[in-house]
Design a binder for this molecule. Structure first.
Ligand code: URP
Ligand code: ZN
Ligand code: ZN
Length: 463
């Protein structure tokens, strides 16, 4: 018996059409008009869009960071993702000094297995350089299904690596079909600005933003792009927040370089004024890079519209306000960086993008699903609705109006950075490999049903 989705409007990154979809044994086997329903379970999707399940390529679940550990683990984080329409995540396996990549990967497998409710893959963060570590990279690509490696140019004395390490990782990646990702902020400059601020007694959350100016992001982005160019490697810039960084990406792409960029919902709808919220509320918005002045948002929207930025990731990295964000009450540098965003990524792009006329439906799908699947070696099993692809489908009701709130969200965290935002459009039903995992605001899947996805090596894709 299969699952037949009847009467929805299918949206892919290239087309919009009304047709039925049949899923059998987890795969889409037939797309067409009036597919016979005999012997199949039928779901009526009249009036709804069928989007490919969202692919969120930027999550931090169960991750130690900033002296604490993220509030969401693979169980709560992936269930929340499913409620928002995401059926695949790519989480960052943290590599710490002294450890091997293989061991770090094993740790992440143990965190996810038995808990993940949606499918998942991993990126590997490279925390430090040693010949042996560099030599593990081809092994991970060929044998372990890990094709992307991330380095940080910020978080000095912690995760930050120097240019030599970035360059060596780029060289290695270029040779073995890996994609390098970079957190692009100039950590050395930020460190000086932070020390200056603290010396003057400037300890409130707003100084997090004031000590991490957009120029520091623009500089690091342009530098990483130049190093990738010398190494002949493709490069993906995570969480782009500002004109300076996105200009550098656009300029490189105009020169024909394989440079890709991602932004996140928080940078599209929240801004630097959120740090001025009364009391210590600004801490809820402490993330890196920080929120920017509002005018940057229209630059990011234009870049999404033109696909000069190709992906919307969540950068889910949740910490409770009580007991975690509060660690930095007297010093903004002690506020754990990050925000809970995995659940509302698609709704925010749909509402502020599609409903408000900034992007069309096919671009919505490209940005929330297809492009990430292509870049991170998961396409065409993930990221599209096509015969042979996995039956990961979001039945999206475009008419439901609702209000984002921590009172109703499913993330394991005591606030929502988008609290009170009214949006129109919501998943009515979410299927993972043909199984209904969310229906009418109820989770019907099971923790542990998510499968690890071995990513294919990077190949230049048309995104
Ligand atoms: O503040 C953030 N973004 N926290 C997560 C770690 C990172 O830099 O992506
Ligand atoms: Zn980052
Ligand atoms: Zn991140």
């Amino acid at each position: 018996m299969g699952t037949l989705i009847r009467g929805g409007t299918i949206v892919t990154a290239s087309d919009v059409m009304t047709a039925d979809v049949l899923i059998e044994n987890g795969k889409i086997t037939h797309i067409g008009e009036r597919i016979l329903s005999i012997g199949h379970e039928m779901i009526d999707a009249t009036g709804c869009y069928l989007f490919p399940g969202g692919v969120d390529p930027h999550t931090h679940l169960d991750m130690p960071f900033g002296g604490t550990i993220t509030a969401d683990d693979f169980q709560t984080g992936t269930i929340a993702a499913a409620f928002g329409g995401t059926t695949t995540i790519v989480d960052f396996a943290l590599h710490q000094k002294g450890d091997t990549l293989a061991n770090s990967l094993q740790t992440w497998h143990e965190k996810a297995e038995g808990k993940a409710a949606i499918d998942y893959s991993f990126h590997m963060m490279v925390g430090y350089m040693r010949e042996a570590v560099m030599n593990e990279i081809p092994h991970l690509v060929e044998k372990e299904g890990i094709m992307s490696f991330k380095v940080f140019l910020a978080y000095k004395n912690n995760l930050q690596v120097d240019d030599e390490t970035l360059f060596r990782v780029l060289q290695k990646a270029a040779k073995c079909g890996a994609l390098v990702q970079v957190h692009a902020e100039n950590g050395d400059v930020i460190d000086v600005l932070v020390k200056d601020a603290l010396a003057k007694g400037k300890t409130e959350p707003k100084y997090h933003a004031l000590t991490r100016p957009p120029e520091a992001e623009g500089e690091a982005t342009a530098r990483a792009i130049r190093l990738a160019e010398i190494a002949g490697a493709p490069l993906y810039i995570v969480h782009v927040t500002c004109a300076q960084a996105s200009d550098a990406i656009s300029e490189a792409r105009k020169r024909g370089l394989p440079i890709y960029g991602e932004t996140c919902p928080q940078y599209l709808v929240c801004d630097v004024s959120d740090y001025e919220r009364p009391g210590f509320e600004g801490a809820k918005y402490v993330m890196s890079p920080p929120l920017r002045e509002k005018w940057h948002q229209e630059v990011l929207w234009n870049r999404l519209r033109n696909l000069e930025l190709q992906v919307l990731g969540s950068d889910q990295c949740s910490f409770n306000f009580k007991g975690q964000k509060e660690l930095g009450r007297n010093d903004f540098t002690k506020i754990p960086n990050g925000a809970p965003t995995i659940e509302n990524r698609m709704s925010i792009l749909y509402h502020c993008g599609v409903n408000e006329g900034r992007i069309g439906l096919t671009k919505f799908v490209a940005l929330t699903s297809t492009n990430a699947a292509k870049l991170f070696g998961l396409f065409p099993e993930k990221g599209t609705i096509a015969v042979g692809s996995d039956g990961d489908i979001v039945i999206w009701d475009p008419e439901t109006e609702w209000t984002i709130s921590s009172k109703t969200h499913h993330m394991n965290v005591d606030y929502n950075p988008f609290e009170g935002m009214k949006v129109k459009g919501k998943p009515k039903c979410v299927l993972l490999r043909g199984q209904v995992i969310v229906e009418h605001d109820r989770f019907t899947g099971k923790p542990g049903m998510g499968q690890f996805l071995r990513a294919k090596p990077f190949s230049q894709v048309d995104v």
